[in-house]
Design a protein around this ligand. Structure first.
Ligand code: ZN
Length: 154
């Protein structure tokens, strides 16, 4: 594993485990997300597809919703994402690190704005062996956020 941070490895394992509970019968691509709060609490989520394809929900959005319920978006310290498909043993496999989609980057950026600090984003492959660590500010530079609504009427 490229990342030698044991606590990051534990968070990645939580994301991989969450992916095993994804509902992804159409794409066969299961994604899990684990969000860590400043106090070490963890909220997880996975993607959920629908026969009406466009209604699918990303793992990150699912986990962000859980995080808001558990400890609040403003308390988020870092986020781990892992994706792939389920192997014969039911475990997540796959070699490519999964980064949050554009929409999820926007949602993570909103949490970063609320927290008033950058949020670390750990992207892992399904097998957890390939890891890329960056931040939401790097993934979504010059982002649109609450500050951009200052000129709204009302
Ligand atoms: Zn997404």
């Amino acid at each position: 594993m490229a990342d030698k941070d044991d606590s990051a490895a534990a968070l990645i394992e939580r994301a991989r485990k969450a992916a095993t509970r994804a509902y992804a019968p159409y794409s066969g691509f299961s994604v899990g997300c684990a969000i860590e709060a400043e106090d070490g609490s963890i909220a997880t989520g996975s993607n959920m597809e629908n026969a009406c394809y466009r209604l699918g929900t990303c793992a990150e959005i699912s986990a962000l919703t859980s995080a808001q319920q558990a400890f609040g978006l403003s308390k988020i310290r870092r986020i781990a994402v892992a994706g792939g498909h389920l192997g014969d043993d039911g475990m997540l496999v796959g070699a490519q690190a999964v980064t949050p989609c554009g929409g999820c980057r926007q949602a993570i950026a909103e949490a970063s704005d609320l927290a008033d600090h950058d949020i670390q984003v750990i992207s892992a492959s399904g097998d957890g062996e390939t890891v890329s660590t960056t931040t939401i500010a790097a993934l979504l530079p010059a982002s649109f956020g609450p500050k951009n609504l200052k000129d709204a009427d009302g």
